[in-house]
Design a protein around this ligand. Structure first.
Ligand code: PLP
Length: 334
């Protein structure tokens, strides 16, 4: 149970020893991208980056076909989400569509903003004209859903509609996105470099006051190297090549889990949900066996685990351990 609603809950590091296999974060399991890794090695940590990140923001703007003032960089999209909630023009009701990534609600609470957690797409769309700041993850975390109503949402938004594209580059078929919305990019996922903290926001208008809301130098020279590197054609080519294998691995994982008699909700990206009954208990038992998974309790889905596509050896270990754990426990009700 969570006692403090501001406590962050995520997959990945949990304070314990490193597990043998980690299915709990959705970073590209075939990473890190060697093209970007080389850039990281060449980064010069003896200097400050440009406090306005002019060269980098211009390069990102060119890639997205916008003016450089429409691009803001940050210590990761988590930081940008919190900064959005602190930005004066957007202060007002925060809207999200549950279940979804926990940082939207955390940012609203930390900034003392009213929060509306819509339970259905209809409720989300009806509430949009009144909200100042609305978040949609495309695809959604943890469900992997890709909402078919993005154009309609963009038209209805009364304030800022923010599309969080953290896993968009990992979709089997990335979709066209509406105009006039804010877009959050988190390239550390697709390139398997989540330890490098950097992300960026592209907005429909000048983001200079938003960029100035951050402390100086929110992005380190390593973060800069990541954001520059992901623009390189060789880095994109590596990503495209790994995606084919990642989707094969996700399908293999889904088939293996179904083979154990479990219900699986597959996403069109590199992760899936599996129903196990008592997610916390199963996650704990797997952790004791050296395997980390993400229990979806904090998303309001206490019976589901979220698993990312991992290499075959890891999948073999997971399926074996899961079969054992489910046999031992009464919670799965199998
Ligand atoms: C949907 C979504 N958005 C944003 C983030 C945050 O990414 P970062 O702060 O590494 O850019 C995550 C991380 O799990 C996520 O799942």
């Amino acid at each position: 149970m969570l006692d403090d609603p501001l406590q962050p809950v995520h997959g990945g590091a949990d304070g314990g020893p490193e597990p043998l296999y980690d299915f709990s974060t959705n970073a590209n399991a075939l990473g890190p991208n060697p093209v970007i890794l080389e850039r990281l090695r060449r980064a010069d940590p003896s200097r400050y980056p440009d406090p306005l990140y002019r060269g980098l923001r211009k390069a990102l703007a060119k890639a997205h076909g916008v003016a450089w003032e429409q691009v803001a960089v940050g210590t990761g999209t988590s930081e940008l989400i919190h900064r959005l909630a602190r930005w004066a023009p957007l202060r007002g009701e925060v809207l999200l569509l549950a279940p979804t990534f926990g940082e939207y609600a955390r940012a609203a609470r930390a900034s003392g903003l009213p929060l509306w957690e819509a339970k259905t797409p209809e409720e989300f769309l009806n509430r949009l004209p009144e909200s100042r700041l609305a978040f949609l993850a495309v695809p959604n975390n943890p469900t992997g859903e890709v909402y078919p109503f993005l154009q309609e949402a963009a038209q209805r938004a009364g304030g800022a509609l923010v599309l969080d594209l953290a896993y968009h580059d990992l979709l089997e078929a990335p979709l066209p996105l509406p105009e006039g919305v804010f877009r959050l990019y988190s390239p550390n996922k697709a390139h398997g470099l989540t330890g490098v903290r950097a992300g960026y926001l592209v907005g429909p208008w000048d983001l200079t006051p938003f960029q100035n809301l951050a402390p100086s130098w929110p992005v380190s020279v390593y973060g800069e190297a990541l954001l520059w590197g992901q623009l390189e054609p060789e880095a994109r080519a590596w990503l495209e090549a790994t995606k084919k294998e990642l989707f094969r691995l996700r399908r293999l994982l889904a088939a293996g889990l179904r083979g154990l008699g479990l219900r699986v909700l597959e996403s069109p990206a590199n992760f899936l949900l599996v129903w196990v009954g008592g997610a916390e208990e199963v996650a704990r038992a797997l952790r004791e066996r050296g395997i980390r998974v993400r229990a979806c309790t904090s998303f309001g889905l206490p019976e589901w685990l979220r698993l990312s596509a991992q290499r075959e050896e890891a999948q073999g270990a997971l399926l074996e351990a899961l079969e054992e754990v489910l046999k031992e426990g009464a919670w799965a009700g199998l």
